[in-house]
Design a protein around this ligand. Structure first.
Ligand SMILES: CC(C)(COP(=O)(O)OP(=O)(O)OC[C@H]1O[C@@H](n2cnc3c(N)ncnc32)[C@H](O)[C@@H]1OP(=O)(O)O)[C@@H](O)C(=O)NCCC(=O)NCCS
Length: 158
């Protein structure tokens, strides 16, 4: 029996729910009527990095948390074009920089974000051993927000 192939561009239900809850938005990129890729942004200043780990972002930064370029379009800089467009669209909201988190083994993604102008601002190490979880975060001082993030009512979130 032939298995139905999943589309390359599958959108996770979790991300659809995040859009409904006002947590995320997606920028979709087209070449004519052909989808070339997409990029997701996290609308809250407290960015979900991994289960149990959130990072407080500077006011002028937005977390660009997931990206995909369809295989036929990879390697031509389509991701960089999406990043430029994102910054243009988000400028009226005071956004001047995109923040991304790339797993150390995802070399393509790392090369892709470096290619579109991202710079390394820190390093996160999560180590799980038996019953213990240890995290170590190193951030550049100029990327450190230096104050607690505020919720929608203007109260500090703890
Ligand atoms: C990571 C990804 C979004 C990059 O998108 P892109 O539009 O191809 O980005 P770029 O054109 O800037 O290329 C980035 C790197 O991909 C690699 N690449 C080049 N041609 C490629 C191809 N045909 N197929 C796959 N990767 C290729 C190269 O290392 C390239 O860097 P280089 O040009 O300096 O050698 C894309 O590879 C992808 O969708 N990967 C699967 C999903 C993923 O890992 N997403 C990121 C984490 S959420």
């Amino acid at each position: 029996m032939a298995m139905k192939k999943k589309p390359d561009y599958e959108i996770a239900q979790l991300d659809v729910d995040r859009v409904r809850m006002g947590i995320a938005r997606c920028l979709v990129q087209w070449d004519g009527d052909q989808l070339t890729g997409y990029t997701w942004v996290w609308l809250k200043k407290l960015a979900y990095i991994a289960d149990g780990f959130y990072l407080n972002l500077p006011d002028d930064a937005i977390y660009n948390y997931k990206a995909l370029t369809l295989p036929a379009y990879r390697g031509f800089g389509f991701q960089g074009l999406r990043h430029v467009k994102l910054l243009e669209l988000l400028r009226p909201d005071g956004i001047r920089q995109l923040f991304g988190f790339v797993a150390s083994e995802n070399t393509r993604s790392f090369r892709g974000v470096r290619k579109s102008g991202y710079q390394v601002v820190g390093e996160l190490l999560i180590r799980k051993t038996g019953q213990r979880v240890q995290t170590r975060l190193r951030l550049n001082a100029d990327f450190w927000p230096g104050k607690p993030v505020l919720d929608d009512m203007g109260c500090p979130m703890v």
